[in-house]
Design a binder for this molecule. Structure first.
Ligand code: G3P
Length: 217
């Protein structure tokens, strides 16, 4: 399973990247706003640091304008994945980008039917939003399982990039189903290391060690 980091926070990406935890990065307009940075500058900085795909999202809603924006974003670096929304215009732009050899991440996917269209339009990645489905009482993990089944049935090459990840359980559930990639906020990836029994066990070991009066160095 590949780990993408869902952020435009360069320091947070660097911390995980230095540990070998980063196979790629995803950004979106909300994350660019949160970073307070210029999209072209911050995306270039991320692309220089991370060798895997870095998703940068278009904001136009009409295919021709999306294509113009996407081609500009693709010039930032060879590892840009142009991110387009799952609309008819987005699929049109996806097909145009894919035909020219660009990586495309089709985002804002909320149904298996949408995921089929993205695969047929040549998307490199489909981004189903698990957390936002859960927010609306629809099982996001079930959608990942449905898309896995469908893509495997027809040997679609589009990678399932599970997005809108809110919890450690989302990540392990996606891994069990066989999602190709998860993209998660840095805090959720770091939370994977935490376990109450690890903390409790370490606390006991340290207390017992202190009682020995020994030191290793
Ligand atoms: O990359 C988009 C996606 O991961 C958004 O997540 O938590 O804003 O629904 P969230």
């Amino acid at each position: 399973m590949k780990f993408f980091v869902d952020t435009a926070d360069v320091a947070a990406i660097k911390e995980l990247n230095d540990l070998g935890m980063v196979d790629g990065v995803t950004t979106n307009p909300s994350l660019i706003l949160k970073s307070g940075r210029d999209i072209l500058e911050v995306t270039k900085e991320i692309c220089d640091m991370v060798s895997g795909p870095v998703s940068a999202e278009v904001v136009a809603t009409e295919a021709k304008a999306m294509i113009a924006e996407g081609l500009k974003l693709a010039k930032i670096a060879p590892n840009i994945a142009i991110k387009v929304p799952l609309t008819w215009d987005g699929l049109t732009a996806c097909k145009a980008f894919a035909s020219e050899g660009h990586m495309v991440n089709v985002t804002l996917c909320f149904s298996a039917a949408q995921a089929i269209l993205a695969a047929k339009a040549g998307a490199s990645f489909i981004s189903p939003f698990i957390g936002r489905l859960d927010d609306n009482n629809i099982d996001g993990i079930e959608l990942i399982a449905d898309i896995r089944t469908i893509y495997d049935n027809y040997d679609f090459k589009t990678e399932i990039l599970a997005a809108s990840i809110r919890s450690v359980n989302h990540i392990t559930d996606c891994a069990k189903i066989g999602a190709d990639v998860i993209t998660a906020p840095p805090a959720v990836i770091k939370a994977m290391a935490s376990h109450v029994l690890t903390d409790r066990g370490l606390d006991q070991f340290l207390k017992d060690w202190a009682k020995t009066g020994q030191s290793i160095i």
